[in-house]
Design a protein around this ligand. Structure first.
Ligand SMILES: [Zn+2]
Length: 217
């Protein structure tokens, strides 16, 4: 594919946009840009902006919209193709971005709220994740441990993170919808491509590729 591929993925946490972004980036050999990675890279670079960000993060404060905007702009300005995952997150960021670059494709990974809550709230982590760096992560229905509530890897107890409780997930989802989903859905209305994010990841990826092909021709 020789044309520019400037792609935005929208979708709440748990919709699989990180996974799909990574797969697409690999297939077309283009950069997958997440704001978390950009912020870490900026800090590491030692640039003037990077040092400013470092001071903010070290003080335990949130990096402001203005700074995130500046970091993304600096990064994206030199690229003809990229995938943005997690930015723009607000209408203000979307408007700022629109002032210097356009997306060729905007994918919205849609998820049914109830299904997502069920999926995410089934996650169980090993209680020794911090102590011994155990990587035990299970799901009560999709990838259950061999023995209930017990880590397959180290035999320790499993627990549910507070973030994974149904209440916390619903709160996160409605926060996403309010801050990002609704306003950005409206902002990119003319070009948004809706994809069912709850299909099997391979199926989701296939659907995305089909859309890329059909729009390209
Ligand atoms: Zn474990």
């Amino acid at each position: 594919m020789s044309q520019n591929l400037r792609i935005l993925f929208l979708g709440p946490a748990g919709s699989g946009k990180g996974t799909q972004s990574a797969k697409l980036a690999e297939k077309f050999n283009i950069e997958h840009i997440s704001t978390g990675d950009l912020i870490r890279a900026a800090i590491k670079s030692g640039s003037e902006l990077g040092n400013k960000v470092k001071a903010i993060v070290e003080a335990g404060q949130l990096v402001s919209d203005d700074i995130v905007n500046a970091i993304v702009k600096e990064k994206v300005s030199n690229l003809n193709s990229f995938i943005l995952d997690g930015y723009p997150r607000t209408l203000e960021q979307a408007k700022f971005f629109d002032g210097f670059a356009k997306f060729d494709f905007v994918f919205d990974l849609e998820v049914d709220k109830n299904v997502l809550v069920e999926r995410l709230s089934g996650r169980r982590m090993c209680t020794k994740t911090k102590d011994t760096n155990c990587k035990g992560v299970f799901h009560v229905t999709m990838t259950p441990p061999k023995q209930e509530s017990t880590c397959d890897l180290c035999g320790s107890d499993l627990y549910q993170r507070k973030d994974d409780s149904p209440e916390a997930i619903e709160k996160r989802l409605s926060g996403y919808q309010e801050e990002t989903g609704a306003p950005l859905g409206e902002f990119y209305k003319s070009q948004i491509i809706k994809i069912n994010g709850l299909d099997h990841p391979d199926q989701v990826f296939g659907n995305i590729l089909t859309k890329l092909e059909s729009v390209k021709v």
